[in-house]
Design a binder for this molecule. Structure first.
Ligand code: HEC
Ligand code: HEC
Length: 203
């Protein structure tokens, strides 16, 4: 039954003339076995330096794989060899598999930072020009799959902090139109830590 619904959704998408070919989650499951060693077999990572991929936006995952392959705007010595041999179809299939998995985050959060983190996430910081995160990532961190805004819900704080610092210092520059680099420009270290803890607490 699920398969029938999925196939008709795919059919509707192709009828609507969507250029992006949908991935095949069943094929992706086989292709994602190696990824599971770090990201969890179902995309729920147990290790705070490895991001959860379960339920993440398909478009976003495909883009990150392409960016790691190209190495120009997002570099990581661990991820680069993982994606070097993946074709575009492989990337789409793997992304389709992880998107189909349910996010069951095991991330823990430092309670003492949540109030400050929530304030930034919900309202930004008017004084320093930091916009509210929820404007793009949604009130619960679900993101906006169509727009390629990633899901943040329950992401491990250690991973999130690394990404926010990388956007701030420009070492991660794969955000189109500098969206995240601009967001981060005015953020302090304490705010980065707090918002990452708040994100980790979201479910
Ligand atoms: C040896 C551990 C390891 C393996 C195996 C691995 N990854 Fe990763 N992955 C990482 C790490 C570490 C990061 C974070 C890199 C960084 O800090 O930017 C990451 C990040 C990612 C991201 C970015 C997530 C985000 O939220 O932006 C994607 C997508 C991803 N991996 C997909 C894959 C796929 C697909 C495979 C299998 C083909 C794979 N990974 C295998 C360790 C691994
Ligand atoms: C104007 C829209 C917008 C706003 C506002 C915004 N973001 Fe983002 N964010 C994005 C986009 C787009 C990306 C994906 C960039 C890419 O393609 O890699 C992103 C990526 C991220 C990532 C990387 C996710 C991952 O899995 O690696 C984190 C973390 C993040 N944003 C946190 C925040 C926080 C915290 C705030 C608020 C202080 C914020 N964002 C505000 C649009 C936005």
């Amino acid at each position: 039954m699920k398969k029938i619904i999925v196939s008709s959704a795919v059919l509707l998408l192709s009828l609507a003339g969507v250029v992006h070919a949908a991935g095949d989650a069943a094929a992706g499951k086989e292709k994602a076995v190696a990824c599971g060693a770090c990201h969890g077999a179902d995309g729920n990572s147990m290790v705070p330096t490895f991001p959860n991929l379960a339920g993440q936006s398909e478009k976003y995952i495909v883009k990150q794989i392409a960016d790691f392959k190209a190495k120009a705007t997002r570099q990581d010595p661990v991820m680069e060899p993982q994606v070097a041999a993946l074709s575009d179809q492989d990337a789409q299939d793997i992304a389709a598999f992880f998107v189909s998995q349910k996010l069951v985050s095991t991330a823990t959060a430092d309670e003492s930072k949540l109030a400050m983190g929530r304030e930034i996430y919900k309202g930004g910081n008017l004084q320093t020009g930091v916009p509210a995160c929820q404007g793009c990532h949604g009130p619960t961190g679900a993101g906006n799959p169509g727009a390629g805004y990633p899901q943040l819900t329950g992401q491990h704080a250690m991973y999130t902090i690394k990404q926010l610092v990388a956007f701030k210092d420009g070492s991660r520059s794969n955000d189109d139109r500098k969206v995240m680099r601009n967001v981060m420009a005015g953020m302090t270290e304490a705010e980065i830590e707090a918002v990452a803890q708040y994100i980790a607490s979201l479910r």
